[in-house]
Design a protein around this ligand. Sequence first.
Ligand SMILES: [Zn+2]
Ligand SMILES: [Zn+2]
Length: 287
Amino acid sequence: MESLSGSLKGLLSDLLDFIYPPHCGVCGRGLIGEQRVVCDACWQDLGVIAEPFCQKCGIPLSNPDLLCATCKARRHLFSFARSHGLFDETFQKIVHLFKYRRMRSLARPLADLMAGTMGADPRFAGMQALVPVPLHTVKCRARGYNQSDLLARELSRAIQLPVLERALVRTVNTQSQSKLNLSERATNVRNAFRVKDPGQVRDKRIVVVDDVLTTGSTVDACAAALMQEGAGEVCVITLARAVEPGKAAKAETRDSRLGKSRGSGSGNRGQRPRLETRDSLKEKTDP
Ligand SMILES: [Zn+2]
Ligand SMILES: [Zn+2]
């Protein structure tokens, strides 16, 4: 019976693949073999933030200063933050699939990228627990899941650190940060988080997990709440680093540097040439 239902499922899946051939959600090319949702080429083309980067917020720098101009002027509450890559077009599309198109299976490969970044940075070595940035319950119910929870759980599997899932709660359903400037963002999320169980975080060295870091206001607010309840240290890991509108020049420098290094044997992957047909192809991939 089991094998019959198994073979029926297989048949149905083959039939669906025949009617709707699976395509990469980013570039639209056909997926082959074990590839799911995003093709291998798109994964490999994600730009990686390599040295030199700001030792505080992880933004790429054009010369090996220890801190970026923003971090020289502004005090973050986390000890340091790292992001795997820049929030470029490819990363934006992958994160969109993960967050808004319910492609939860992306959590594992995305968490593996974060695990790689953490493994390569010795500052993460003494960390003791992971805390995902919480969503407000209203938003979480609407989306069905918190993307940071999924990332933290998969990261926990990869690096063997426990997740303190209920340690931090979001008490204010803040408006979206995407159209706010730096000071508006900070005001918007200040006091939005509360530690539910102080015993869980006291004296712990904690890694806050989120998908994208922009100004750092959200993770600063998390760090403030955690430190207030006695956390020993709070640092941050995110998938991607979005560059503030006023700092676009830096991202361009970085992109062109990556572009130049393409094919020159550099460890960094270059940006893939933009596919003119990508958007039209993408429509076909929408489930
Ligand atoms: Zn692709
Ligand atoms: Zn910085």
